[in-house]
Unconditional design. Structure first.
Length: 193
């Protein structure tokens, strides 16, 4: 096996130049590479949520960046609320789950962490599994969002997503990783055997 340290490109040592800075994202350049950097250091969290009736929770919302309705799993930024800038991904997951879907969970477990788009962004996403869900409100997001909640039987989720794609919805490919994680996580986290 080759040593990954031997494959570091020349651009890795180049100075970082800021091309544009916004509230949530900055555009940076390092050598010949341009990339987006998340201004919140906590990244994002994706919540794997299954109701007591064995239905997977998906959310539908319009995304301005792609000018299309998308189907996603409940998710959100970590530390995006001013007085909670140091919140953990697990705390953010509980907050976002209830805000977006109207479900509260008794427990969340870490499942996996990785880049959302390693060739374009510094953003890291954390998948978490929510356990023991209870419906406590309508969901739909905060005042800036218009989220539609879908509860889909777990054994039909893949086919349901492909049917929505055929109708013209944008389907986040991370959903399929999320479905795999749901099938391969036990009550204590990722099964490794």
């Amino acid at each position: 096996m080759s040593n990954p340290a031997n494959r570091i490109p020349v651009d890795a040592d180049a100075p970082v130049e800021t091309l544009c800075e916004g509230r949530w994202l900055s555009l940076r350049k390092r050598g010949r590479w341009e990339y987006a950097e998340r201004n919140n250091p906590g990244g994002a969290v994706i919540i794997l949520a299954v109701t007591p009736e064995d239905k997977v929770l998906f959310v539908e919302q319009y995304r301005v960046s792609i000018l299309q309705n998308t189907i996603e799993m409940p998710a959100g930024l970590v530390g995006d609320i001013a007085d909670q800038a140091d919140e953990s991904a697990l705390v953010a997951a509980q907050r976002e789950l209830e805000e977006e879907t109207g479900y509260r969970c008794q427990r969340v477990d870490f499942v996996h962490r990785g880049p959302s788009s390693s060739g374009m962004s510094t953003e890291m996403i954390v998948f978490v599994r929510a356990w023991d869900l209870q419906k406590v409100g309508p969901g739909g997001g905060d005042e800036t969002e218009n989220i539609v909640v879908h509860e889909v039987p777990r054994h039909e989720a893949g086919a349901w997503l492909f049917a929505r794609a055929a109708e013209g919805y944008s389907i986040d490919p991370k959903l399929f990783a999320g479905l795999w994680f749901i099938e391969h996580t036990g009550s204590g986290g990722l099964d490794t055997h």
